[in-house]
Ligand binder design. Structure first.
Ligand SMILES: *Cc1c(COP(=O)(O)O)cnc(C)c1O
Length: 443
């Protein structure tokens, strides 16, 4: 009898997150305060984050225990299943074994609650009453709305105005969990008012929404800010994905030759891959591939340098692969991959050649998404479909070479809130955007 789903029991949810900073053979460059030019210290971050998360940001402990209260909430949807894609393998007629870890099994449909839940918990522990955050496509706002609700915190979500108008059901989801959702730019903040004065019809942007959420948090004692990707502690929380996948592959009697994740800020990619990169540092031979859109190719075409994390320049400088903090990517449907930078840890690993990166156009990505849906049933998030496209390419290469490669990819979420994107694809209305080099070379 062949197995399709590899399932763990609740007792097998990892008891600790894996901190790759303990095993990095190279030093991380510090975050730099843009005002002083000095490394950022804990006191600079205290207005925005709870102490426990600030500590995790710089910790070099290999294992960081997951609090019981967080495990209790994780149990609502973890462990997540690992699938063997038998039907996709057959459709591709490949000797490769394709496995995917499915992070769409929680109510909000992506991997983001893995960090939203501990972030809400640590804020609650510190007596914070309210979280302010931003959301672009809506996945992060949904995850934070759900998580804050579980821990009895209020939640203010600054949602990029175009998405607010285009994705009313994402907004409803957040409101069901009790969050207040604002179409950004708003007149609540100085940053928002400034934008509205210049352009009352501004469609908003993630950069503007971040500036509004940070200002909201920084100007209220009861409120903290929260970020859904990029930072070290976010990547840390996501390692539950790879830690579970490792156990599940053991059950299957396999070990991956290739680990693949789509890469926006880098959190789900880090989550699935870091526990395997630990083995790679110890001498194991495997490839790790980050997949990005051609319209926002941060690793494949960006520069490794210090840059701001947001458009308005309110965050510290971080050393990362970046297209420039004022780069505005084309309106591709994989909203979660439209970030100008990459997590500093992911950037460093790419710079050192530990991981690879590849970029694809959205039409080929959607072709693979539909192929996957027709074989496996799940309609993937447009972001996750980037990883699928890479897995399919690798499986076809294995077929040509006649090799039985073991491929693992992270299916970071489902696409049931993204059906307008599928409509556009099915009507041949998707446009492929190349990255305009001119937009990035502003030193
Ligand atoms: C947000 C999101 C991403 C991109 O974010 P990362 O931090 O790069 O993981 C990818 N997939 C899904 C489904 C998302 O919601």
């Amino acid at each position: 009898m062949r197995t399709t789903k590899f399932l763990l029991s609740e007792k097998e949810i990892p008891a600790a997150w894996y901190n790759i900073l303990a095993d990095l053979p190279y030093p991380m460059e510090p975050y730099i305060h843009p005002g002083t030019g000095q490394p950022v210290g804990p006191q600079d971050l205290i207005p925005l984050f709870p102490m426990e998360l600030i500590k995790q940001e710089v910790s070099t402990e290999r294992w960081i225990e997951i609090p019981d209260e967080v495990l209790e909430v994780y149990k609502l949807y973890r462990p997540s299943p690992l699938f063997r894609a038998h039907r996709l393998e057959k459709a591709l007629d490949t000797p490769a074994k394709i496995y995917y870890k499915y992070e769409g099994v929680n109510a909000t449909g992506s991997h983001k609650p893995n960090t939203a839940i501990p972030q809400a918990y640590y804020n609650k522990q510190e007596g914070i009453k309210r979280i302010a955050t931003e959301t672009g496509a809506g996945q992060w706002g949904s995850a934070m709305a759900m998580a804050t609700n579980f821990f009895g915190l209020e939640c203010a979500v600054y949602m990029v105005k175009v998405s607010y108008d285009q994705k009313p059901y994402r907004r409803s989801l957040m409101e069901v969990y009790g969050a207040k959702v604002y179409a950004s730019p708003t007149s609540n903040t100085q940053a928002g008012r400034k934008i509205l004065e210049a352009d009352p019809d501004s469609p908003g942007s993630l950069g503007i929404a971040i500036s509004e959420a940070v200002e909201d948090a920084a100007t209220r004692d009861d409120t903290h800010y929260s970020l859904g990707s990029v930072l070290n502690h976010v990547l840390l929380h996501q390692t539950v994905i790879g830690l579970e996948a490792k156990k599940q592959l053991e059950m299957a009697g396999d070990y991956p030759d290739i680990v693949i994740g789509c890469c926006g800020g880098g959190s789900n990619f880090a989550g699935v891959s870091f526990p395997f990169i630990q083995d790679k540092f110890a001498g194991k031979n495997l490839r790790v591939v980050a997949v990005e859109p051609k319209a926002c190719p941060t690793l494949t075409e960006g520069e490794f340098k210090y840059d701001f994390g947001d458009t308005a320049g309110m965050t510290p400088y971080m050393k990362m692969y970046t297209l420039g903090h004022d780069f505005v990517p084309a309106g591709i449907h994989a909203g979660g991959l439209r970030y100008h930078g990459d997590a500093p840890i992911v950037s460093l690993l790419f710079d050192k050649g530990v991981i690879e990166a590849v970029a694809y156009h959205q039409t080929s990505v959607f072709e693979s998404a539909v192929r996957f849906a027709r074989a496996e049933g799940i309609i993937p998030a447009p972001e996750s479909a980037h990883a699928i496209h890479c897995a399919i390419e690798e499986a076809l290469k294995a077929k040509e070479a006649g090799e039985e490669k073991v491929i693992l990819f992270n299916l970071s979420g489902h696409g049931y809130f993204d059906m307008t994107a599928y409509d556009s694809f099915l009507r041949n209305e998707l446009v492929d955007y190349d990255f305009a080099l001119a937009a990035c070379s502003k030193e």
